[in-house]
Design a protein around this ligand. Structure first.
Ligand code: ARG
Length: 459
């Protein structure tokens, strides 16, 4: 059944109906649509716009529709234009006259604005739970690896030694910010558009405070024109989701590198890897690659919606119906990626000996050798030059700094003494870095205590 048609003399062209219809995708928020209608009807009755009997009949009808959708006995029929028409016409079919009063004081414009907000709020909470799980997993890896030494990189060249805990801590910070971004968005979006009508409010004495509070909102939105045409909250949602994907993708890139034959820092679990149809020896990091790949479609959703919105005059325009598929796809993609990623991380093995060896082989302690000279009175710029010579010497001989004899050290600078070995051991290099945020164990422990408080007490 159509919600309109009185002023038309011809049937809608079938292709026009198909092109215009959104039921195939907005059926996703049938639950929220019914939730919103129940609150609306409750408020209408309280305001004396509907009587008690009508209210009960409508609410019972709506609940039976929801149950029938959920138990599979009510199928979405293509004849309805969207989920709003589908539920309303079904309600009228079930309860008759009272059903025709459901839409009193409401437009599909404020209805869809509400449904999408409710749906987004639910999805953001689910995504946030997954983020929190990931933060817990990262935290456990950190706790267990405060002394797992590895090279840190700049320009993808070995730079200075660090620890696995420190490296994972960088991602902990990123996902922590992502979590806080979602919390911010949830606060900002939590105002109820219902009662804004088509865009100019309504002449019925609606109690917008009541519907807002029944639906768990902080309050009603304050401009009815903006209420039906605001999609900012989706844009910032897609922006925050894009940032989550960007973080996951960077992490995946590192996992792919660390899992390569050349690095072998980690080994992905068999259950999170795939094989090749031709090369029997292959064990591929497809999951990490797919997450990296899917980042593009979430960015695409953001750019798509920004573009859809950019020249829309106030208030509602049908273009806005295009907000749904891209946003739904982004929600599903991010949820899938977060849970797969968490599983991949918690099942992978760290080859800690190879990591430490790699830190030793890459001159990651060269800065510390220069610092040693500085501590013995050599100006830093001269120390830099001297250690440069040491490195060149080692490259020619294919050895690490630690492998040089004291005579070899002293041939380049007499300042070096026996204690140079202790000063440039990877362990010393890391453990001396004790400024807050640095990889030294004692500094990391302080940060872990803050994270622990954050994970277990602040949320
Ligand atoms: N399916 C529509 C959407 O998603 C619902 C709102 C229809 N409003 C209208 N004025 N045609 O935007």
């Amino acid at each position: 059944m159509k919600l309109w048609g009185g002023r038309f003399t011809k049937q809608t062209n079938q292709l026009v109906h198909n092109f215009n219809a959104s039921l195939s995708f907005d059926q996703k928020f049938y639950y929220q649509d019914i939730e919103g209608s129940i609150a609306h009807v409750t408020m209408l009755a309280k305001q004396g716009i509907l009587n008690e009997e009508e209210k009960v009949a409508i609410i019972d009808g709506l609940i039976s529709i929801r149950n029938d959708i959920e138990n599979g006995t009510l199928l979405f029929d293509e004849a309805s234009e969207d989920i709003h028409s589908f539920v309303e016409s079904n309600l009228i079919g079930r309860i008759g006259e009272a059903g025709k009063k459901l839409h009193t004081g409401r437009s599909r414009n404020d209805q869809v604005a509400l449904d999408m907000k409710l749906y987004t709020r639910d999805e953001l909470k689910e995504i946030d739970e997954l983020l929190k799980q990931l933060l817990h997993t990262l935290f456990h890896v950190m706790e267990a690896n405060l002394e797992t030494y590895m090279p840190g990189f700049t320009h993808l060249q070995k730079a200075q030694p660090t620890t696995l805990a420190h490296h994972f801590g960088a991602y902990f910070e990123m996902f922590k910010r992502d979590h806080e971004r979602l919390q911010d968005i949830l606060k900002r979006l939590n105002y109820c558009p219902l009662g804004s009508g088509a865009f100019a409010g309504t002449t019925y004495p609606l109690d917008r405070e009541l519907t807002a509070s029944l639906l768990g909102f902080t309050g009603p939105t304050l401009n009815s024109m903006d209420s039906v045409s605001d999609r900012d909250y989706l844009i910032e949602t897609l922006s925050a989701l894009s940032t989550i994907m960007m973080h996951l993708s960077r992490f995946c890139e590192e996992i792919i590198i660390w899992n390569s034959n050349e690095y072998q820092f980690i080994e992905l679990d068999d259950s999170y890897s795939t094989g090749s149809s031709i090369m029997p020896q292959k064990k591929n990091p497809d999951i990490a690659e797919l997450i990296r790949g899917k980042t593009g479609r979430v960015y695409g959703s953001l750019v798509s919606l920004l573009t859809t919105m950019k020249s829309l005059p106030l208030a509602y325009n049908k273009d806005m119906q295009e907000d749904k598929e891209v946003t739904f796809d982004a929600f599903d993609t991010v949820k899938g990626c977060l849970s797969l990623f968490e599983g991949m991380i918690s099942s992978m093995k760290f080859n800690t000996t190879i990591m430490e060896q790699s830190a030793k082989n890459g001159f990651t302690n060269a800065t510390d050798a220069a610092d040693y000279l500085v501590n013995h009175g050599v100006p830093f710029r001269d120390a830099h030059g001297i250690v440069g010579q040491l490195v060149l010497y080692c490259i020619e001989k294919n050895i690490a700094l630690d492998d040089m004899s004291l005579e070899e050290f002293q041939a380049i600078s007499p300042v070096f003494q026996e204690d140079i070995y202790e000063s440039i051991s990877i362990k010393t290099c890391v453990e001396k870095r004790l400024t807050i945020g640095a990889p030294g164990k004692e500094a990391m422990k302080q940060v872990l205590a803050i994270y622990k408080e954050y994970l277990y007490n602040e949320q």
